[in-house]
Design a protein around this ligand. Structure first.
Ligand code: SAH
Ligand code: SF4
Length: 352
């Protein structure tokens, strides 16, 4: 079979040229562009304002390997977890998180992840493959449709906090954000987008060089190198000092303040000594907020979440030191929709 080119990798000019070479009018290219980026065509046959013959002609050269949404699970708290399948049969997940005045989509950027964080279900899968920019974009589009169906409201925010490490699939993540923010895409503001990274220093600097306008969140989870390395092997080559340098560079270039994510693990990083170290770090970098996150227990790991009074002691200590902080209780627990829990269930579903 002839190699078919993914039509979504073509630029408007390239699509234009193709139609002109077939003796077609220019507006055909515009129609196709709308189908692939605005009207969410899932196949070339979906493009119903093109003649059957023309679609057949296109299918000889192009493919449209869209992802599909094969399941959705609704939580009591309104969170909806969506299972997605790529055209080559890989599965990943996204989550729609409704809140007061917000509809947030959480999307995946890789199938699995190579970074092996000890508390994260995705980390136990290993990296299966990167998602292409259109596969990432499609998740946002599906979750936007889900938001419209369930609440009548469009997505207000997108977070890259599903499966995978965005900084290790840099080009596709950047390109997907270009489509999410483009007028002829979803037209969202980059201020409404947050990319979360476990801290790949070199790529954080690259974000600075690229002058990005979206928000950056860093999964810190421990403010001492030795502890961080124990739960996040990436810290061996990207230690906290290198992160401090990269994040200050990022801020200089973008004027964008950073968010820290800090999961509390019982008897591991929840003492006042840990809080003190976190505060010291907070003062070295323009951090706008520390999100203290409730740990979602996963099967493979032996961590636990602290008692409520320990969580509050930690929070109060940060607040007393004028740290801007918020406690994030996890959503969608009854359907395992919380970050870091997505992957194993997905992997299991695949095996049945
Ligand atoms: N790879 C990126 C983004 C995906 S993970 C990163 O690590 O930042 C998204 C977030 O979920 C990260 O902050 C991650 O630390 C968090 N997470 C992973 N497993 C978790 C768990 N079991 N409980 C709570 N948060 C978890
Ligand atoms: Fe990968 Fe992020 Fe999970 Fe770590 S927390 S294994 S970087 S997805």
């Amino acid at each position: 079979m002839a190699f078919l080119k993914n039509i979504r990798t073509l630029s408007p000019d390239e699509i234009n040229e193709w139609f002109l070479s077939k003796g077609e009018k220019k507006y055909r290219a515009k129609q196709v562009w709308e189908w692939i980026w605005k009207k969410h065509a899932l196949s070339i046959d979906d493009m119903t304002n093109l003649s059957h013959e023309l679609r057949e002609e296109m299918k000889k050269e192009f493919s449209l390997p869209a992802i599909s949404m094969y399941t959705s699970q609704h939580s009591h708290d309104g969170t909806i977890k969506a299972g997605f399948k790529t055209s080559d049969g890989n599965i990943m997940e996204g989550v729609l998180i409704p809140a007061e005045g917000r509809q947030t989509a959480c999307v995946s950027c890789q199938v699995g992840c190579s970074l092996n964080c000890k508390f994260c279900a995705t980390g136990y899968l290993g990296r299966i493959r990167n998602l292409s920019f259109d596969e990432i974009y499609d998740q946002v589009v599906f979750l936007n449709e889900l938001a419209l169906q369930t609440s009548g409201k469009k997505l207000s925010n997108v977070v890259y906090m599903g499966m995978g490490e965005p900084m290790l699939n840099y080009r596709n993540v950047m390109k997907s954000i270009e489509r999410v923010t483009a007028e002829d895409g979803l037209g969202m503001s980059p201020r409404r987008i947050t990319v979360s990274t476990s801290g790949v220093s070199k790529m954080i600097k690259q974000l600075g060089d690229d002058g990005v306008k979206f928000n950056l969140a860093v999964s810190l989870h421990a403010a001492f190198d030795e502890k961080r390395s124990r739960i996040m092997p990436i810290n061996d080559k990207n230690n906290i000092a290198s992160l401090v340098e990269a994040l200050n560079y990022f801020y200089e270039k973008t004027q964008n303040e950073i968010t820290f994510e800090y999961i509390l693990f019982k008897d591991f990083n929840d003492s006042l000594k840990d809080a003190d170290q976190l505060i010291k770090l907070y003062r070295k970098i323009p951090v706008k907020l520390i999100n203290v996150i409730e740990y979602n227990p996963i099967e493979n790991a032996h961590f636990e979440k602290p008692e409520l009074n320990v969580i509050h002691r930690f929070m109060d200590y940060l607040a007393a030191h004028k740290v801007n902080t918020r406690l994030r209780l996890s959503r969608g627990k009854d359907i395992d929709a919380a970050c870091g829990q997505l992957a194993n269930k997905a992997a299991k579903a695949e095996n049945v």
